[in-house]
Design a binder for this molecule. Structure first.
Ligand code: HEM
Length: 454
């Protein structure tokens, strides 16, 4: 069960994330980022609009929605969701603007120095909600719960490394030791420790449910989690070594962390295969079909990370792109279609069960159109990875255009789902809930347990 109730601000988190996605892709189409340009001010701005504004906000919103499901109890401190969302969006915009200081925009230095504060507030608020809910039920004893808790630890370290570098770039002595050697650790924390680990944790909950596969622990999950803790330990040791002036240890720590990360991914892919083979649903739905494409990108990103570590340059650009755009974004977009349908169904139809015929969840989705947009997204992600490897800027811009068109198409699908446009008019209730903002608290079932379910 995805959740019998909708967290009040889930749709707002998703909408804000989609707005950042469109902004990042629009800027990439205009040429703000591309091969060899990721360390420039505009390149770093686009990168962080994408990583923080899109992926991170989507993940935080998803955790706020799913943690009650993992813990089988209501979310702790649920009122913090809105301030966290505002702080996260504001901090991301400040950071992106601040990066323009690197290309000579003077006011950007103040923004760079200020941005870590709202981001710290946002991460601390969501961390408090999620951790308090999971710890109350000893969530560290479940596969999904302990993975999410480890991901939150990585998020704290990611913030610390990013804040240190932002302060250093704005002219402070704090964090100076992290530049430039700390960048690979920061990237591993962001792409691997925080985003990939939380995606793994959430997928342990969602994949068995969508595939109708037995939901049980396995040795693969235990071994993967042990390797993930090893990776986190190595990265934290690397950061501590840099800050204490022991950077000489990095050439040893980094390859070890990369090797252990590859083991985490190999074990996770084996576990995903096990779940797929154990499924009782003969024809997996759209979201799971495209999750397989996302998993293929995850494997590609790990293959590219070997040469990325030794040779850097185009290999590193392609590895990070394949992970952020191919793996994490394809997975998120595919699941978003399903989750938007499910949550809309819960909001609109679960109160009507037993009173009138209600549609099935999948009838709310336009599977063919969504499938076409996801296919375009995956093709453009593959094209963008190839263009980065070849250092071919026009090819990269074309791929960014493909991604933008696919993202716009999927946004349209989300609107159609929220408005129930795939149902015949006589099957839609006269009154629909607001598209993004929560209904008034008196009318709403949000954040309150319901007895009816899907
Ligand atoms: C999931 C989240 C994040 C991801 C995936 C991510 C990714 C990256 C990547 C790939 C780079 C290197 C770009 C390059 O030079 O080629 C980078 C640099 C940087 N990041 Fe992040 N980042 C994330 C979050 C953050 C946060 C939260 C902050 C600040 C609080 C931050 C601050 C910085 C700074 C200041 C740099 C520039 C370092 C330099 O000058 O080389 N990042 N990030």
């Amino acid at each position: 069960m995805i959740g019998k109730q909708l967290s009040r601000w889930t749709m707002a988190w998703f909408a804000a994330a989609l707005a950042f996605l469109l902004a990042a892709l629009g800027l990439a189409v205009l040429g703000a980022a591309g091969p060899g340009r990721w360390s420039s001010g505009p390149g770093l701005a686009v990168l962080h609009l994408f990583a923080l504004g899109w992926l991170c906000q989507m993940m935080l919103g998803a955790l706020i929605q799913f943690t009650p499901v993992l813990a089988a109890r209501p979310l702790a401190l649920a009122r913090l969701a809105l301030p966290a969302l505002l702080a996260c969006s504001f901090g991301t915009a400040l950071l992106a603007g601040g990066f323009l200081a690197l290309d000579g925009w003077e006011p950007g230095f103040a923004l760079l120095a200020a941005a870590p504060l709202p981001l710290a507030l946002a991460f601390a608020l969501v961390g408090a909600m999620v951790a308090a809910t999971l710890l109350a039920v000893r969530g560290w004893r479940q596969d999904a719960g302990r993975t999410v808790l480890a991901a939150l630890l990585a998020l704290a370290a990611l913030w610390a490394s990013g804040a240190g570098m932002a302060l250093a770039l704005s002219g402070s002595d704090i964090g100076m030791a992290l530049l430039p050697e700390g960048v690979p650790l920061h990237v591993l924390l962001g792409v691997g420790g925080w985003l990939t680990l939380s995606a793994i944790g959430v997928s342990y909950q969602l994949f068995p449910m969508f595939l109708l596969a037995p939901d049980r622990g396995s040795r693969l999950r235990d071994a993967g989690f042990a390797c993930a803790l090893l990776v986190l330990g190595l990265i934290l040791a690397g950061l501590a070594a840099l800050l204490l002036g022991g950077g000489a240890a990095l050439p040893l720590l980094l390859p070890l962390a990369a090797l252990a990360s590859a083991a985490v991914v190999a074990l996770y892919l084996a576990e995903a295969r096990r779940m797929w083979q154990a499924r009782r649903r003969p024809q997996p739905e759209l979201n799971m079909q495209w999750s397989r494409a996302a998993l293929a990108f995850l494997a590609l990103a790990v293959l590219l990370s070997g040469p990325a570590l030794w040779r850097g340059g185009v290999w590193a650009e392609a590895a990070v792109f394949a992970a952020l755009v191919g793996w994490l974004s394809t997975l998120t977009l595919a699941q978003m279609v399903k989750i938007a349908s499910f949550l809309t169904w819960i909001q609109v139809f679960s109160p009507l069960i037993g009173r009138r015929p209600v549609p099935m969840v999948h009838e709310l989705t336009g599977a063919r159109a969504a499938g076409r947009w996801l296919a375009l997204w995956a093709a453009a992600a593959a094209g963008g990875t190839a263009a980065l490897l070849a250092g071919f800027a026009p090819g990269f811009r074309l791929a960014a255009l493909g991604l933008l068109v696919a993202a716009l198409g999927l946004c349209r699908e989300a609107v159609l789902i929220r408005r129930l446009r795939h149902l015949a008019a006589d099957r839609r209730p006269a009154l629909l809930p607001p598209m993004i903002l929560p209904p008034s608290p008196r009318r709403s079932d949000h954040d309150h347990p319901r007895t009816a379910g899907a």
